[in-house]
Ligand binder design. Sequence first.
Ligand code: NDP
Length: 770
Amino acid sequence: MSIETIFDTMEYGTAPEDRSVALQWIADRGGLLGPYVNGAFSPGRDDLAICNPATGEKLAGISLCTKDEVTEAVRSARAAQPGWQTAGGPARARVLYALARLMQKHARLLAVMESLDNGKPIRESRDIDIPLAIRHFYHHAGHAQLMPSALSDRVALGVCGQIIPWNFPLLMLAWKIAPALAMGNTVVLKPAEYTPMTAMIFADLCSQAGVPPGVVNIVTGDGSTGAALVDANVDKIAFTGSTSVGRQIQKATAGSGKSLTLELGGKSPYIVFDDADIDSAIEGLVDAIWFNQGQVCCAGSRLLVHEAIADDFHNRLKTRMDKLRIGDPLDKSIDVGAIVDPIQLRQIGKLVEGSTAGQTYHAQTPVPEGCFYPPTLITGLHPADRLMQEEIFGPVLVSTTFRTPAEAVEIANNTKYGLAATLWTENINLALEIAPKLVAGVVWVNATNLFDAAAGFGGTRESGFGREGGWEGLQAYSKPANPLAEPTHITAFTGQGAAAEDIDRTAKLFIGGKQARPDGGYSQAIFSPKGKLLGHAPIANRKDIRNAVQAQLACSWGKTTGHLRAQILYYIAENLAAQANRFAECLDAMTGLSAGAEEVQVAVDILFTYAAWADKFEGQAKSVPMRAVALAMREPVGAIAALCSDQNPLLGLVTPMAAALSTGNSITLCASAPFPLAATDFYHILEASDVPAGAVNILTGPQADLAPHLGAHMGLETVWCLSGAPRTEAVQVRASSNIKRVWQGAAQDDHASWLDAGTEIKTIWIPYGE
Ligand code: NDP
């Protein structure tokens, strides 16, 4: 063959990676692996066969850990935790650093094992997964070092249960273990049933790196092992996996007091505008959907291409698809490797073949026998088609077209997910206008699948909550050093129902900027401690909640500037200060105390504080090791409802309201149940302060009746449960309906925690350079 012919055909040969070191590592352990608990491996059992998906050959047998084994692992983590925490940040930093060094030293072994176990191309495990995992340990060694100075007001959560999927086995382990250890937690991690091998090597490295026994524990097994870990005596569950299992876990942890972060599925849009550099956009798309055979939670699996260029784009894409090489994952010349398991392969086939909509194109490239699926493009789909909405989790791209930027945003956001989004345009103004409008935790501009330990990653809507990476990721593994006391439940005072001396005072609800009679038409008499009738407060029901949330969703408070939000909060403060005496009297009459005047003063001060923060709670530009700006934008979490605390009737109302408004959220406040009259007086202040309709709604009535409806409401993104455990549980058991964030509040003067609870980080990646 002449050189000229080679230039013409671009033929190239195979370049297989040596697998012997990885196979020897397994053989040295007798082909059987067991859990790693208290710094040592337990003898392995041949319960589950771990296979190479590319060939079907068995690599090892592994234990299916029982509930007792999980309990034992948690016990070991519990025993080790105080010592690990008190060792201090710098001591933990040394250990994390040693782990990073050892991973680097054994990078080739880890990469080969990952490809053998998962089926991903060695180019990806060698050049992306393993280096990124190592980077996470280096980066978090730094966070451990800095914790005493930079996070001196935070402490570890305790023992963290961590459950990870099979698509990025070592990388997901690193994303979970590195921040947890840095903050002084100990961990029990369960790798996926299909892919535990690199976690086993990691356990070995923990022993070599001097990780104290019990600090890292790894239990192998399947979903039953994961469920046992969720039930175990842990302080937190960090889960990455499917939305359906995430939902189960949210239900299972309801009322347990366990912290929870969920990194779930996605159906991420990949938007190509008509001015995009088409060849680059196609190369990016190859990475977006065929990286790791499309088994990527944030895969750009939904192509939205401008109508004017769609035909050309699809044709060029098909040409590129035909050149992709599918085959042995250990061959360095391979683009697309094996699907993780025959079960997953069947699932992909079922979804694609079960769809009659659109035109399906399979890449015209040889596909080996076995667990392989050709790169596939399905064009001509309607945005509502099943394949446009459901996660396929395979190398299948679905496509539709749009005409205007507004339509692109509408189609992009037309999904229950909100994990990632990619957009391609040469017009930076357009890109920066569209990126904030996309409902996604991560947005890539003219690039895709950029990740770094310094930049947060995570979703919104049914893609979950919590961030991994960066300063924001540390929030999920630490808590304020001064714990919040459990709010006490106060029983309302009773009386004889005697008519008040002056005119009957029956308050209303406040919904959509107007006073509204309760849907049920009922109200409740409110008495002073001495049994004097003070007035009547309306009893809200499910329909009142529905109306309030509708008003929230119609309100554009989130789009206002920080400056305007500050102005309105100052205005509320001013109007409250002008009515201080009236509120103080109302508070004293309801509580029988004489602290009303002081409470009003503190409420005014809180309003001033959150007004001050409104244009100062800023994002960051992350220091990522590449030619890119990664902007960490703080976005409002969306429609919030709050169950206000029983005590401090005014402060308990004003604090969540001010924090929510300051961060750009609308809020429905369910007022203090025993002392609701300060809240019903407060809507006069709102009416006089130019608060836009729907930004604040006030409901009264028994919170025990309202809590379940708040938990189940699909329009609410977040519920702040500030009135104690029983109502929190009632919300949490239903919160999985739309994977709601549930937060239990912070000390009144812990402004940072309140502001954090009102925001979520969106990372916008913008590469630069020619
Ligand atoms: P699953 O949700 O099935 O499994 C994830 C993990 O949870 C596995 O370790 C699994 O064990 C375990 N598990 C299964 N059932 C339970 C249970 N009832 N209680 C506790 N743990 C349980 O997801 P997959 O492994 O199939 O991974 C693919 C999914 O993960 C995709 O939907 C993808 O989008 C999502 N994902 C999300 C990411 C993100 O960052 N948002 C990243 C990667 C994947 P076992 O494997 O043994 O069954």
